[in-house]
Design a protein around this ligand. Structure first.
Ligand code: HEM
Length: 343
């Protein structure tokens, strides 16, 4: 069915088509909706902890590969919160959705210098993609599209999630059918590897920096001791500045998105620089995040950089020094969900 996936889902869309889509999908992550996602995520996290413990016991040297575990956490959270589907990838790792996402998106990440060069080339000359198969097995992409359609059509009650937005977009005829269900692909594409990658690199950074790990553990214990039933909620998470700072610092050093680009739509002036219509401007996130003038000793993992006044964590994207979630109107739509409503 898909001959050209480019510029269909929110991540790749451009111009007015992007505006329409962004407006239609933005209500997916309002504060109220993020709060209501805590209960399902709590269930997913509990299953993950049991699974991790099982894996630790099974391992002769107590060493556990965390990446596949965080991939399960990421997939189960997105499928549950956004699509209303229980995947349980820990007890059922063979489920088709999990396998499909692993096949498409893990294989989709840039792993060699050649792939990096090709990506760079495609961003300047997108028409070249027409002549090369960059998406792999199209049946797998079709599966995500079909799944989004099937769930939307079968849904009979409102749940306030992404699928409800898709139903609304369909009802109002904002996008055609092909485009509407392609948004489901975009959500997995943008949310699956980014989230599991972030948690994996954070775990590594904590292992390499035991003092930071100790401080983080102390904060979690302190907060947990105050909660009677041991369940974290929206308010409790707001009270964990050091944990939040660790996340910001890890995303600064090891963020999964290292570059974003923008296409200039009309001749523009930026400071004393003239930018011609049609120019592709690339924003080097990794380089900004490793600039010693912005972040002294940039290679050091130091969460305290993000602890501001009164010990509160802050990494505002307004000044474009911190770009882990991009910036401007195209800022990551899932960011408030990932950060539990911050910014
Ligand atoms: C740690 C996790 C994540 C990171 C670091 C991240 C980072 C980013 C970045 C850098 C962009 C590009 C922004 C720009 O061009 O300025 C982006 C866009 C996007 N992200 Fe995320 N993301 C994360 C998780 C998620 C999740 C969980 C979802 C959805 C469930 C999601 C959905 C999207 C979408 C749909 C876009 C395209 C927005 C647009 O072009 O209007 N992301 N993300």
């Amino acid at each position: 069915m898909f001959l050209n996936l480019q510029h269909i889902s929110l991540i790749d869309a451009r111009k007015d088509y992007w505006k329409e889509m962004r407006k239609a999908l933005s209500p997916t992550f309002t504060s109220g909706k993020i709060k209501s996602m805590f209960a399902p995520i709590d269930g997913v996290v509990n299953r993950m902890v049991d699974h991790m413990e099982k894996k630790r016991k099974e391992s002769a040297d107590s060493v556990v590969d965390v990446k596949p575990i965080f991939q399960g956490l990421s997939l189960d959270s997105i499928s549950n919160c956004a699509f209303g589907v229980e995947t349980d990838s820990f007890n059922n790792p063979g489920n088709k959705l999990f396998k499909t996402c692993l096949n498409i998106f893990v294989g989709f990440t840039v792993q060699t210098a050649f792939e990096s060069l090709m990506l760079f080339t495609f961003s300047f000359f997108p028409f070249l993609q027409k002549f090369m198969d960059t998406y792999g097995d199209k049946k797998q992409w079709d599966y995500l599209w079909d799944m989004t359609k099937e769930i939307s059509e079968k849904r009979t009650h409102e749940r306030g999630d992404f699928i409800d937005r898709i139903k609304e977009i369909k009802k109002q005829g904002i996008l055609n059918e092909y485009q509407t269900y392609a948004q489901g692909i975009g959500f997995f594409q943008a949310g699956f590897e980014t989230t599991s990658n972030t948690l994996s690199t954070l775990t590594y950074a904590l292992a390499k920096n035991p003092d930071v790990q100790e401080e983080l553990f102390r904060e979690v214990e302190e907060v947990m001791s105050k909660i009677g039933d041991g369940k974290m909620d929206h308010e409790t998470v707001q009270d964990m500045p050091y944990t939040e700072a660790c996340l910001y610092e890890n995303l600064r050093l090891n963020g999964p998105v290292t570059r974003v680009d923008r296409l200039c739509l009309r001749d523009s002036q930026l400071g004393n620089m003239k930018i011609k219509e049609g120019t592709l401007v690339q924003v080097p996130i990794w380089a900004v995040h490793h600039d010693p003038e912005l972040y002294p000793e940039p290679d050091r993992f130091d969460p305290s950089r993000f602890l501001g006044e009164g010990g509160k964590a802050a990494a505002s994207g307004g000044d474009f020094k911190y770009l882990a979630f991009g910036g401007g109107p195209r800022l990551c739509i899932g960011m408030r969900w990932v950060l539990v409503n911050k910014w």
